[in-house]
Write a new protein. Structure first.
Lengths: 505, 49
């Protein structure tokens, strides 16, 4: 499940980079560049990259508390019990299934565009291929293929971006195309880009990093002395790759290119098809399929790990009596069932963006309670569960318009939103510099953002809903923990996790 | 004015091309590390993963 927790730096860093780069993220970075101009790719790729770095100190702490664990949910079971564990496992499952869906759709669309096969057949071909090689050897296959895929993807970026730039006109693009951009698009400090792309993304990606089992699984697989180097390399690799592809969107904007059928997702394939010959077009195909497959196989491995460990190992099998063969069978059946479900959903072409926003919010509600549970002994199972559920209720109410953001309600959500800004900033600082700096940063961020945010943030409901999830979960978690404190001994975590390997061996 | 446009064009070109250059550096670090780890694993007679 975790490849023995002894995977070296080269493969680990490659695997983490490959897993973090979604096929959809390559398209989205270019869309961001096309929509918001020169700062657009930074507001997509830079924040996503930094989040890998920000998750590093928390990962190191969690790994030190439970060195033999297989998943975050498994550690939460040891920390709080079944309800908290199942909340996290449930969110991991939903997230991984939707990740599979979006990646299969991205792959299916590309196959339909570049081959004689139709969309549905394209999805089936891709899903079957990924399932077969992941079934072959689980995480080992996933990590090995990640390495091959990431090399192909990075090589493609190194070749394709300069080639398209050169063939599209080189530096003259900027001299001649300046008139195609408005003032916001020409600025590196565009407020439009920050509030519509950067800010919601910061909130969502921090949540993704905590809630997504694929990153956690790699965290538990890498050799302990190589965790830092792995995370730093993955940060730079992801950022440069995604921002690099995002530059194609900026070039399209300068060139005055209109996306086919008005769909901005067509931009990158459109540029590739316009400027590249057959050979380089094949390289582009490998880039997108590699990005898609590396994430999809990671999701399958993560899903099987959750079912084997969190559902069967911790909730069905009697303590110390987990059957390794049954566990493996369940893991494989999970992969098959997940693939079938993802293919079914993908074939209906649901709105991926709405689904992903939903998952982002679920994970956003988890971030503070999960992190607090591994640092603060007072956090109880009740505090964790009520905080997460309360945050989800507030998110749904605002995100889907059940509550109108007017009058006093708008004022209340604005106040909570600036607290949410403080929670996010505080968590980032806390990871690297400890509790005192974290609290201070959170307070400063809240105070500084209050004059600008109150009376303003509710005009951005997607951002408000995400910030509410952070604020409400933090307030409830801290409040209940202070009123009815637990007194957990963190030394118990190492002894209570990762016993399946002992049984297996 | 023309000089300002040329400078902007120069910096924008650097801005676009610096990312693939960074990717090339990361790619070489990954490949070299992989080769080093593969050799070490072979020498010690163990699997890489």
């Amino acid at each position: 499940m975790n490849a023995g927790s002894k995977v070296g730096f080269g493969i680990s860093a490659a695997s983490m980079t490959a897993t973090w780069i979604w096929a959809a993220s390559l398209y989205a970075a270019a869309t961001s560049g096309y929509t918001f101009g020169v700062s657009g790719p930074l507001h997509y790729g830079l924040w996503g990259a930094l989040m890998i770095l920000f998750i590093y100190p928390f990962g190191k702490r969690i790994r030190s508390l439970a060195p033999d664990a297989h998943s975050l949910a498994e550690i939460l079971h040891a920390r709080h019990g079944s309800s908290s564990q199942l909340i996290l496992a449930g969110s991991n499952i939903i997230g991984s299934i939707l990740s599979l869906v979006s990646n299969y759709i991205a792959g299916g669309v590309l196959i339909a565009m570049l081959t004689p096969l139709n969309f549905s057949t394209g999805i089936l071909v891709i899903a079957a291929g990924v399932l077969l090689y992941t079934l072959w050897s689980g995480l080992r296959a996933s990590i090995l293929t990640d390495f091959i895929q990431v090399c192909a993807m990075l090589l493609a970026v190194v070749i394709l971006v300069p080639t398209i730039f050169h063939l599209a006109g080189g530096p003259d693009i900027f001299r001649e195309g300046q008139g195609n951009l408005n003032q916001q698009q020409l600025s590196f400090f565009s407020s439009d880009a920050f509030f519509n792309q950067g800010a919601p993304y910061i909130a969502a990606v921090l949540a993704y990093a905590i809630g997504n089992q694929t990153i956690a699984q790699r965290l538990f697989a890498v050799r302990p002395d190589k965790i830092k180097a792995t995370f730093v390399t993955a940060t730079v690799g992801y950022g440069a790759t995604v921002i690099g592809i995002g530059m194609l969107g900026v070039l399209a904007l300068y060139l005055g290119i209109k996306p086919i059928d008005g769909d901005v997702n067509n931009l990158v394939p459109q540029l590739a098809a316009s400027y590249l010959g057959a050979g380089l077009l094949s390289l582009f195909f490998i880039l997108i399929i590699g990005a898609m497959a590396s994430t999809a196989d990671s999701d399958l491995s993560a899903l099987s790990s959750i079912v084997m460990t969190d559902i069967y190992g911790r909730n069905i099998a009697r303590p110390g009596k987990a059957n390794p063969r049954l566990m493996l069978l369940l893991g494989r059946l999970t992969m098959v069932a997940s693939t079938a479900l993802a293919v079914y959903i993908a074939s209906n072409r649901l709105n991926i963006l709405e689904l992903l926003v939903l998952v982002g919010a679920i994970w956003g509600a988890l971030v503070f309670p999960v992190i607090a549970s591994f640092y603060w002994r007072k956090v109880s199972n009740t505090a964790f569960s009520v905080a997460v559920l309360g945050a989800l209720v507030s998110f749904f109410a605002v995100r889907f318009g059940f509550v109108a953001l007017t009058g006093d309600t708008a004022l209340l959500t604005d106040i909570l939103s600036v607290i949410g800004v403080g929670v996010i900033a505080g968590l980032m600082a806390f990871g690297f510099w400890g509790a005192r700096v974290g609290v201070l940063t959170g307070v400063i961020a809240t105070v500084v953002s209050a004059p600008f945010g109150i009376g303003f943030l509710h005009t951005y409901p997607v951002l408000t809903a995400s910030l509410l999830a952070y604020a409400v979960s933090a307030i409830l978690c801290i409040g209940i923990s202070l009123l009815r404190p637990d007194n957990f001994d963190f030394g118990l975590l190492a002894r209570a996790t990762g016993r399946f390997d002992i049984t297996t061996n | 004015m023309l000089e300002a446009v040329d400078m902007m064009s120069y910096w924008m070109t650097a801005y676009v091309l610096v990312w693939p250059a960074l990717v090339a550096v990361v790619l070489s670090v990954l490949v070299l590390s992989f080769i080093r780890e593969w050799r070490a694993a072979r020498k010690e007679g163990r699997a890489m993963i």
